[in-house]
Design a protein around this ligand. Structure first.
Ligand SMILES: Cc1cc2nc3c(=O)[nH]c(=O)nc-3n(C[C@H](O)[C@H](O)[C@H](O)COP(=O)(O)O)c2cc1C
Length: 368
């Protein structure tokens, strides 16, 4: 199956990145995508928020903005897939081009600005997936955001929460994209406190007799240590169920080529990895491990996944690593992760979560 991808890769990488992405979605939809065998291992299974994750390796938000390829993405072996960001009304996003690759380092800068088909079409796609007779195993999260022209964010988020309160496995509130003006202001602790109170209230009202789905908050890696401390305190009091760490960064390491680093937008891939892992470590400590964390940023191998899990992530996700590593990324990362666990005598992935914090020397001797 990889033979086919080896042929397709140079073609996809010659295309303008957004075109390549559209073509990938088309191939996935068509059923012509070469599918790796599913990597099955009991050691990688985990129960979190009452949901069963067959493995901890997920596809991050932004890849499948309109919930068009949920089943094919799960069939690639991801244990979870986060679809969206969806906004209430369709919107075009920023002018193209708006995705840029630095192939040498395996990085991406994007300034998409939430282009998507809007709630109605998203919901149709999502419902179609949910009505499949035998959907592939895995958990599907819905990542929600606000339209660019919305002056009162709570309005958009409550519209989306109302729509999904009874059908999402989990919901992620995206307040950290650098490409929607004003969005990241919602991370200001006092704003966040009242924002979360409003939307959690709506979530509880809208779920009716059902228990509400877990609500997660996705944060930016560009928050200062002080902001992180204040936000952690707000999150612990707010009733959210978990944290997604992190979105893309506006930082630009010197090592990147000048023309690439000059592009405005959010940087993802290897240069985000350390910052995101350190933020996971910090939030795990600040919340005493009470809020499960999905770690995302620069993951493209089992080593990276294991680092984030030991720092405190219960699950990981990738986007950029999937672009560069290809369709067997989830399979390979699961395989490599299991090898690290076996090396360290860990029989259940849950036992590796936050392991660095449980060792007096910070677990440095286990750094892979
Ligand atoms: C092209 C592109 C589009 C993205 N769109 C979204 C999005 O709509 N919503 C979101 O929460 N994150 C979005 N992200 C951020 C990713 O979900 C992820 O947080 C980030 O890229 C870091 O992970 P990575 O280094 O594995 O890519 C996007 C990333 C990329 C590269």
């Amino acid at each position: 199956m990889l033979g086919l991808y080896r042929l397709a890769r140079p073609v996809l990488f010659k295309l303008e990145p957004e075109k390549a992405h559209r073509m990938t979605l088309k191939i996935m939809k068509s059923g012509l995508m070469p599918m790796p065998p599913r990597f099955k291992a009991e050691e990688l299974e985990q129960e979190i928020w009452g949901l069963t994750f067959p493995n901890p390796v997920g596809l991050a938000a932004g890849f499948d903005k309109n919930a068009e390829v949920i089943a094919p993405a799960l069939s690639l072996g991801f244990g979870l897939v986060e679809v969206g960001t969806v906004t209430p009304r369709p919107q075009a996003g920023n002018p193209q081009p708006r995705i840029f690759r630095d192939v040498e380092s395996g990085s991406i800068i994007n300034r998409m600005g939430f282009p998507n088909d809007g709630l109605t079409l998203f919901e149709e796609n999502y419902d179609r997936f949910k009505s499949e007779d035998v959907p592939p195993p895995g958990v599907v999260g819905i990542n929600i955001g606000m339209n660019k022209d919305q002056k009162n964010p709570v309005e958009d988020y409550t519209t989306l929460i109302k729509a999904f309160a009874k059908k999402a496995d989990y919901l992620t509130v995206n307040i950290s994209s650098p490409n929607t003006p004003g969005l990241r202001d919602l991370q200001e602790p006092e704003t966040l406190r009242s924002f979360l109170a409003d939307i959690i209230n709506r979530l509880n009202m809208s779920s009716g007799d059902y228990p509400p789905p877990p609500l997660l908050v996705k944060l930016s890696p560009d928050l200062s240590g002080e902001q992180q401390e204040q936000i952690a305190a707000v999150l612990l009091q707010s009733g959210v169920s978990g944290i997604v760490l992190t979105n893309t960064t506006i930082a630009r390491p010197e090592a990147l080529p000048e023309s690439f680093r000059a592009q405005p937008g959010g940087l993802s891939g290897p240069y985000l990895r350390k910052a995101s892992t350190e933020m996971i470590r910090n939030f795990y400590r600040l919340t005493n491990g009470k809020l499960p964390i999905i770690g995302v940023g620069g993951v493209s191998s089992g080593k990276h996944a294991y680092e984030k899990i030991k720092a405190g992530a219960s699950l990981v996700q990738l986007y950029t690593g999937f672009v560069y590593r290809g369709p067997d990324a989830a399979y390979q990362i699961c395989r490599e992760l299991l090898a690290y666990m076996r090396r360290d005598g860990i029989t259940k992935i849950g036992n590796a979560v936050g392991l660095d914090h449980k060792k007096s020397n910070g677990g440095a001797e286990h750094a892979a």
